[in-house]
Write a protein that binds this ligand. Structure first.
Ligand code: TRP
Ligand code: SF4
Length: 405
């Protein structure tokens, strides 16, 4: 449950700079972002500091990877007028909040994050017994909380990090949400809503607190939501007062689970750079055709006359993503009765990928030839992000008691 619905509409998500993106990113993450940018206030960022938590010994490539990633986002359709795109390290407030949160985060919370042990196991050749690596889920929490984001689109592997973020936010609010004179300030704020609304708020708060009436909680929240005449600070107080706690300084985010990408790699395993089975978003048409033509097929089809089974063939998985029912039936029948050859079968896939990539490739080329435009888009995004992040840090410091002079 999100404790502050006024923040529900903001979305934050980030990607580590891995360089050029591929079809797996497009179908797994980017399509989701493209939808969200029209329905939510979106902040998308390149998590360059996160790259350092594992690749601290290979930092020279980061800057080009950041640019390449930004180009691919834009080429895929992330729109700078609909979403704020920025780079983490250009918004130092992420680091400042990370530091402040580190003071209140028990070590055991970080040690039990599943990715901590998993990744250390996976990347055995690397020394990941570092302070930064242990703390990286908390850095992610800071990434999210510094925008008071209500929603975080992530894959399954990242849900535990959003969960940690919720716990950290709760702990922060518990420790610092009780400003001096909270109750008096909340009561004053109720008065500012006008007589009728104040009465409604009091009634519903009472019904929620005394009888646990969740409907009353919803009604009171909606009422607060619609208030135009009270300050954001007062609103946050009243959201907190409603639930019986203190002021909610850092709202708890929700994970928006991104469906796992259905995009398989050229070999049928998950598409991933480390498996060398990708088609990049900027791949040349001829290279796409060649990669698909050399894809393995059902090994039973040694000769053109041997029947096959689509379920045993990675090309079929591509048809499932790209092809119409009509084409799919043609594949199923033609494969099983050897009516078509594998080269025939692959052609509609080649055409469909080309259709999808053609406009993306073109836009990417344009941006790649004009990196200064990309950099100014990012720069502008960084400024917008910083304004929001600064406001949060003001609230956070105020709550902790660090805003003197
Ligand atoms: N840790 C994420 C990953 O490896 C990237 C990331 C960093 C992120 N900060 C974030 C994702 C904040 C969502 C929200 O994929
Ligand atoms: Fe795979 Fe198509 Fe060949 Fe069947 S006909 S084995 S589905 S490529």
């Amino acid at each position: 449950m999100n404790s502050n619905p006024s923040q529900n509409n903001r979305v934050l998500s980030g990607m580590r700079p891995t360089g050029k993106l591929h079809l797996g990113h497009l179908h797994g993450v980017l399509h989701n972002w493209l939808e969200l940018q029209h329905t939510h206030e979106c902040f998308f960022f390149v998590a360059d500091w996160h790259a350092l938590t594992t690749d601290y010994d290979n930092t020279q490539i980061i800057s080009q990877s950041v640019t390449d990633m930004a180009i691919d986002w834009l080429a895929a359709g992330v729109s700078p007028s609909a979403a704020t795109m920025f780079v983490q390290s250009h918004v130092p407030e992420h680091a400042e909040l990370h530091l402040l949160l580190s003071m209140i985060t028990p070590l055991s919370w970080l040690e039990r994050v599943p990715t901590y042990k998993d990744q250390q196991e996976k990347l055995k050749e690397k020394d990941l017994a570092t302070y930064g690596f242990l703390g990286y889920p908390l850095l992610q929490s800071a990434d999210i909380l510094v925008y008071k984001a209500g929603n975080v689109p992530v894959g399954e592997d990242q849900v535990a990090h959003v969960e940690l973020t919720r716990e950290v936010a709760r702990r922060f609010n518990f420790l610092y949400g009780k400003e001096p004179g909270f109750e008096e300030k909340a009561k004053l704020a109720i008065g500012k809503m006008g007589k009728k609304n104040a009465k409604l708020y009091r009634e519903h708060r009472k019904r929620y607190q005394e009888q646990g009436d969740l409907e009353s909680l919803d009604v009171a929240r909606a009422l607060l939501e619609s208030q135009q005449n009270i300050s954001i600070g007062d609103k946050e107080r009243l959201f907190g007062y409603l639930e019986g706690g203190g002021k909610i300084v850092l709202p708890e985010p929700q994970a928006l689970l991104t469906k796992a990408s259905k995009m398989p790699g050229l070999d049928g395993q998950k598409m991933s750079k480390s498996y060398h089975n990708t088609i990049s978003l900027r791949e040349d048409a001829e290279v796409v055709a060649k990669k698909v033509r050399t894809m393995p097929t059902d090994p039973a089809r040694v000769r053109r006359t041997d029947p096959g089974e689509p379920e045993k063939c990675p090309v079929w998985q591509f048809h499932e993503i790209y092809s119409s029912d009509e084409v799919k039936t043609w594949v199923q029948e033609g494969c099983r009765n050897a009516g078509i050859g594998c080269i025939d079968c692959k052609q509609p896939v080649i055409d469909a990928i080309e259709n999808e990539l053609k406009p993306i490739r073109k836009r990417a080329q344009e941006y790649a030839q004009d990196e200064s435009t990309v950099h100014s888009i990012i720069k502008e995004g960084c400024e917008k992000a910083r304004d929001v992040a600064r406001d949060t840090l003001d609230d956070v410091k105020q709550a902790i008691g660090l805003s003197y002079w």
